[in-house]
Design a protein around this ligand. Structure first.
Ligand SMILES: Nc1nc2c(c(=O)[nH]1)N[C@H]1C(S)=C(S)[C@@H](COP(=O)(O)O)O[C@H]1N2
Ligand SMILES: [Mo]
Length: 323
């Protein structure tokens, strides 16, 4: 398969399985290309972050939306959680084996107070807030989800990151006994994600512990998952067991697999296409039960509609290069 063939896969055929099975062939196709810029990858050093000058009122403006929330049933049965299989229905069926209590998180790296801390202690004294966010998957579907959670920045501050903490790296549990999907090499386990420190401290960035007013179901990343509403869904790492402050840009699971397709930043951007499909529109899975079969196609917005809150973090950056 040549690169041209690979790029000709129509968007309508893009399914998890296509992505998964074409991975090898695509990698071979890309490998035969002259060296492309590795700008979006963990190997490259990104430009320094400008100061975030979002006001509290602006931030609050991103905490809710009038758009119809996706039905609870769809939010909890149409998932990506490869530790439990690559099919959309797999996590809701298979993730019941995930034991979410007791749960603790190891906090490490560039901070004054590293340590392993129970989930209760991690969020102690921080009342969960409801945030109704759009979540836009890189594959082209989107949902509107009422999350419950605490701002990640409030938690990170408690560990007193040092001046060397330029990034934050996250790791998901990887336990073969609880996670049947680990038998397959769909990802180089454990699943990893990362944010630049200013993104991690941004008031919109949430550590979610619930949705629709209830504790998170396992398939949605219980007991603790990240939600970064202006980035593609895969940045929202589930069932987190480790948080590390780092000086260098950390390795991330999807970038590690396909650096030319998934960059470190992965901000939702209708102007920057995925190499194999356009990102200009999305299928909104909304409150209407029929929408899963006949979803509405709507225009994807810059930064997933959160430009007012987050665009200042990327001013001066070439977003085609830092995808
Ligand atoms: N550990 C882990 N986290 C993950 C994933 C995964 O496979 N494993 N999938 C990601 C992707 S691709 C998306 S779109 C979102 C989906 O979140 P949801 O199922 O709660 O909608 O979770 C992200 N977090
Ligand atoms: Mo995704």
């Amino acid at each position: 398969m040549t690169l041209r063939d690979a790029l000709r896969i129509p968007a309508s055929e893009v399914t998890d399985e296509t992505v998964y099975h074409d991975r090898r062939r695509l990698l071979a196709a890309f490998a035969s290309l002259p060296a492309l810029s590795l700008a979006g990858c963990a190997d490259a050093e990104p430009p320094p972050s400008p100061r975030t000058n979002v006001t509290p009122a602006q931030a609050r403006g991103g905490f809710a939306t009038d758009e119809a929330p996706t039905r609870y049933e769809d939010v909890t049965s149409y998932n990506n959680f490869y530790e439990f299989g690559t099919g959309k229905q797999d996590p809701s069926r298979a993730a019941k084996t995930l034991r979410t209590s007791p749960w603790s998180v190891e906090v490490a790296g560039e901070c004054a107070k590293p340590g392993t801390i129970s989930l209760d202690d991690l969020v102690r004294g921080l009342a969960p807030q409801e945030r109704i966010y759009r979540l836009r998957c890189v594959e082209g579907w989107s949902m509107v989800i009422p999350w419950l959670g605490v701002p990640l920045g409030e938690i990170l501050k408690r560990f007193q990151p040092t001046a060397n903490a330029k990034f934050v790296a996250f790791t998901t549990l990887a336990d073969r006994e609880q996670m049947p999907g680990l038998r397959f090499r769909s990802i180089n386990w454990p699943y990893r994600e990362g944010l630049r420190i200013d993104e991690a401290m941004h008031p919109l960035t949430l550590l979610a512990t619930g949705l629709y007013g209830k504790p998170l179901p396992q398939q949605n990343g219980a007991p603790l998952r990240l939600v970064v509403p202006w980035k593609y869904g895969f940045k929202s790492i589930k069932s987190i067991v480790r948080i590390e402050f780092t000086e260098r840009m950390p390795k991330t699971a999807w970038n590690d697999l396909q650096p030319r397709e998934y960059g470190f930043f992965s901000n939702v951007n209708p102007e920057v296409d995925h190499p194999r499909w356009s990102q200009k529109t999305e299928r909104r899975i909304s409150g209407d039960g029929a929408s899963r079969l006949f979803p509405e196609r709507i225009a994807t917005r810059m930064f997933n509609g959160y430009a007012e809150q987050v665009a200042s973090m990327y001013s001066g950056m070439d977003l085609k290069r830092w995808y």
